[in-house]
Design a protein around this ligand. Sequence first.
Ligand code: AMP
Ligand code: ZN
Length: 107
Amino acid sequence: MDNCIFCKIINKEIPSEFIHEDNEIIAFNDINPAAKHHVLIVPKKHIPTINDLNESEEDELLVGKMTVIARNIAKERELSGYRLQFNVGRSAGQIIFHIHLHLTSDG
Ligand code: AMP
Ligand code: ZN
């Protein structure tokens, strides 16, 4: 999607260090971390918000896979606890309109 910063990161038009990459999902550090660990888990498919998810097996599996990848990153880092968050809509603080799961933890 033109003018989407996360699509540009996915397409490597903006350099970023990937923590995870597979055919459907990438993960990278948040540029403005709100905790010691702040990772964004992002699908390669451009979906503006959680409200735009299709009730299709494809989208349901995609969001499930994002959660499993977040869990794997938390496990690799041996985090004792962590938070997973989707901000949905401007009034909830969403500023990038390409869905992403925040993984935050202080360790
Ligand atoms: P949200 O408020 O849920 O839309 O979250 C967007 C997040 O993306 C914020 O925490 C930003 O700090 C982060 N962010 C914005 N631009 C970049 C970037 N170029 N690389 C990494 N994280 C970014
Ligand atoms: Zn996008």
